[in-house]
Write a new protein. Sequence first.
Length: 368
Amino acid sequence: MTMIKSIVPPSTSIGRENSTPTLPTVLAGPRRTLPPGYIHLGVAKEIAPTLRDFGIDPDPVIREAGLDPSLFDDGTNIIPHAALGRLLTLSVARTNCPHFGLLAGKRATILSLGIVGRLMQHSETVGDAMRALVSNLSIQNRGAVPSLTISGDTALFTFSVYQPEAESADQISDGSLAVAVNALRALCGSEWSPTEVLLPRAAPADQEPYRRHFRAPVRFNQESASIVFPAQGLNLHVAGSDPMVRALLEERIQQLKGAQGSEFSDDIRRLLRTRLTSNHCSADDIAQLLAMHRRTLSRRLKDGGMGYRAIANEIRFEIARQLLTDTQVPLAQIAAALGYSEASAFTRAFRRWSGQTPTTWREEGHRG
């Protein structure tokens, strides 16, 4: 396996929690934009110290995942999202800890989210902060996508892996929700807790680590990785936010987003991953969301070498694979979530994608 070294030169630290950063430090974000399938280390930087907590030298494990251990000296370095999955798979095996991702995520803070975390700290309200995370995480993570939905008096923050055949999607989800709760506690106060937490993974034998960190009921075998909390909390003012710093951070982030280039098919994948389990994901729906004609959407995707239907099926396969591998959600429920009127139609589609029935895939996935 080829060792992946630093892809971007180390940039100025975004700041340390125990120090007061200067304005240039606050604004020091990534120097280059991310290609699809890559992430800034950020939260993943905590994997190394978590391994050390188990008495394991992280460097050999990191090398076995195909990464250069020196990357972990700086959270702004970038790695392939697939390498993160491999590293988590190896970490779970080495530690024999099924909730390793949770442990790594709970070590991370709002500052682990880099310049986006800084913007959250300087947002006017908690709702503004969460919307800033949803809107801008793509400059730091092109392997997963967050979303925020409001239903009546309930808010739902969801984190979804969308890279094809991502290893350890369950560990990534655990860690992502763990740091999201830490970020919300940084904004709302250390006593804040969600109403409940939903995880797309089979229930572990020991659920206490989850209850201890989230301080809320945790429901396993769910279709999504979500934090549920009262929507009224979104109206809370963020203490210590600075409008001038916020404006400068927003300007810097827009510069980075503007330089990301035309990875249009990846943008569509991100949109579909958050909407495919709803009734608003047809090509016409997506075109309307992007304020473009349906034919323009088709043309731009065709220029990139893929059609809308192929991308949608790729995302359906990825969602199905994650749920079949990591959860015990019944086939009929997975089929309904993906928009199939009956399980037999889902089974036929899944066989086309994989050459296997969903049941066989699930059995082999558990053995693997």
